[in-house]
Design a protein around this ligand. Structure first.
Ligand code: PLP
Length: 397
């Protein structure tokens, strides 16, 4: 008998992947320029030149320096470079030992959840949330509790969070800038969150860990900054990835920050190594560990995403759509024109608009529009968005 749980997960692909596959088929039928595919969060801007330069330079190094297994937590020099960069940027005092290199944010999160949780424990996250959290939490036999957003700003609802915390709460997963809402949680919201966690930790006499999922940290607009949560709360683990900042999602490279100040640091740190081992992450890709160190504070051209955001937000607002104002990431969260977001997305397909319904993000009634696309796609899609709106307006009048 095979694992029913894995069979279930593997036999039904995610709604995002389904829409993306539909898009590929449709593009082959009518031409790529006539399909407005806003389904996937694949960075559309190229990796910065420094990435190419680093790869070419590294290719001149002896192969064993770039292609060999690294130590399980990563190359010591790479970890030191990353720690020093974080110290410079966030006034921290991390050492190489506080950095554990991983295969991207997905691996970082999966490792943290496995290292901290036991069957029956609870992890809490905030809607809307990245759907894979559910796989990773339920994969260890724990329970994912979802806190609804504070409306209309989609910030953290502290009252709802307080109701969700129990003696079984092992961790809280927070993602800012947020996929899919594009919202950046304010300093006030995060202060409220961390003060509440401190109070609840005291009340229950056991640490509640904060897991900060931040692959979009650098993708912010209008001078908004993203607070660094280790500065607010000692029991924070940071899950970072270069997938979006360096436009390297296929290369699978990121890291976990495991601060010394963490409660039970002496146990959590080896547990992270143990979880990575159980999950089969022998080491993060060696070549891209070195690339990350050489490009540690570089990013792609974030301004290109900003002009896409401005164009889309203005265009859709002018057409009468209600959008959650995004300060970061590359997603726009838009109110569907009927209650059933799935049905709305089906109707949008008639105009070759490929949008993702929000149900799997734990926040029904919206759609996610990934605007990490060529700007021409946004311009060309506007008449289709207009026709979709007209169809609904005609149905009402
Ligand atoms: N967390 C969030 C919120 C994401 O949007 C993604 C990817 O889109 C991930 C984690 C996984 O990132 P990675 O590709 O680095 O594993």
């Amino acid at each position: 008998m095979i694992s029913e749980e894995c069979y279930e997960l593997g036999s039904r692909s995610s709604i995002i992947r389904e829409i993306f596959s539909f898009g590929l088929k449709r593009k082959a039928e009518i031409g790529a320029d006539k399909v407005y595919d806003f389904s996937l969060g694949n960075p559309s801007i190229p990796a910065p030149e420094s990435v190419k330069k680093a790869i070419l330079e590294l290719m001149e190094r002896p192969p064993e320096e770039v292609h060999a297994y690294s130590p399980a937590p990563g190359d010591a020099g790479v970890r030191k470079t990353i720690a020093e960069s974080l110290n410079r940027r966030f006034a921290e005092s991390f050492r190489a030992e506080n950095i554990f290199m991983t295969c991207g944010a997905a691996a970082s999160l999966n490792i943290c959840i496995k290292a901290l949780g036991n069957p029956g424990d609870e992890f809490i996250t905030f809607a809307p949330f990245f759907p894979e959290y559910r796989c990773w939490v339920e994969g260890i036999g724990a329970v994912l509790k979802v806190v609804p957003p504070h409306l209309p700003d989609f910030q953290i609802d502290l009252e709802e969070l307080e109701k969700a915390i129990s003696s079984k709460t092992k961790g809280v997963i927070v993602n800012s800038p947020n996929n899919p809402s594009g919202v950046v949680y304010t300093k006030e919201a995060l202060t409220g969150l961390t003060e509440l966690l401190k109070r609840k930790t005291q009340e229950y006499g056991a640490p509640i860990y904060l897991i900060s999922d931040e692959p979009y940290r650098e993708i912010v607009y209008d001078g908004v900054t993203v607070p660094y949560l280790t500065r607010y709360y000692d029991n924070t683990l940071v899950c970072y990835s270069y997938s979006k900042s360096l436009s390297l999602p296929g290369e699978r490279i990121g890291y976990i920050v495991i601060p010394d100040r963490l409660a039970d640091y002496k146990k959590v740190s080896p547990a992270i190594a143990g979880a990575a081992r159980v999950l089969g992450f022998v080491c993060a890709p060696s070549l891209f560990q070195q690339v990350a160190a050489r490009c540690v504070e570089d990013t792609g051209d974030i301004e290109a995403y900003k002009s896409n955001r401005d164009l889309l937000l203005k265009g859709l607002t002018n057409l009468g759509y209600t959008c959650v104002p995004p300060q970061g990431a590359f997603y726009l969260f838009v109110k569907a024109l009927e209650e059933d977001a799935d049905a709305f997305c089906e109707r949008a397909k008639k105009y070759d608009l490929l949008l993702v319904p929000s149900d799997d993000f734990g926040c029904p009634g919206y759609v996610r529009i990934a605007y990490c696309v060529a700007q021409k796609t946004i311009v060309d899609a506007m008449p289709a968005f207009g026709k979709l709106m007209e169809e609904y307006s005609a149905a009402v009048s």
